[in-house]
Design a protein around this ligand. Sequence first.
Ligand SMILES: Nc1ncnc2c1[nH]c(=O)n2[C@H]1C[C@H](O)[C@@H](COP(=O)(O)OP(=O)(O)OP(=O)(O)O)O1
Length: 179
Amino acid sequence: MNAEIGFLKECRVTLTPMCLVFLTRPTPDGRREVLLGRKKTGFGAGKIVGLGGHVEPNETAVQAAARETAEESSLVVAVGDLREAANLTFRFPARPAWDMQVAVFVADQFTGDAHESEEIAPRWYPTDDLPVQDVWDDNQYWLPQVLEGQQLNAEFEFADDCETVATVQIVRVSENQPE
Ligand SMILES: Nc1ncnc2c1[nH]c(=O)n2[C@H]1C[C@H](O)[C@@H](COP(=O)(O)OP(=O)(O)OP(=O)(O)O)O1
């Protein structure tokens, strides 16, 4: 391996830190629903996603999760009510600058009403009837599990189209989280 390629490989270990938040609540008929939303701008625009975004240099992932929740939906969630449910690595060999590490949080305690923001149009979906056609391809491998209470770490590599998952490595950390 020449020195330049070695240097470029070293550069690839830098992953942009991001967060994702899934707020859940019970429905009158005894099911659960989760707050997702149509992304209106930026990376992944058009897809249905959780609330979230970049972790700023001056904050932790859980602080970013609480901040992004307020900015994107107007809902208020306390840092202490956010449970870390997954740690996901997304790699895009065709666009290494997009590589990211995403801390995923779930919370069922929050206040306020969800309102549309510049970035996202939030909507509640039954956890057993997710909008699978409109989410990121990777979601099928971890989102239902996380909403069932599992905690996991996973690494995804995307194909050259940067849309389709090419390889998946999932490490299940625990089956169910204590309340
Ligand atoms: N593949 C995949 N699956 C599930 N979720 C995501 C991805 N890729 C992603 O980027 N995401 C999530 C992670 C983040 O929560 C958002 C993208 O955040 P982004 O819109 O780029 O960040 P902003 O909120 O616009 O930026 P700031 O507000 O932080 O400036 O999608």
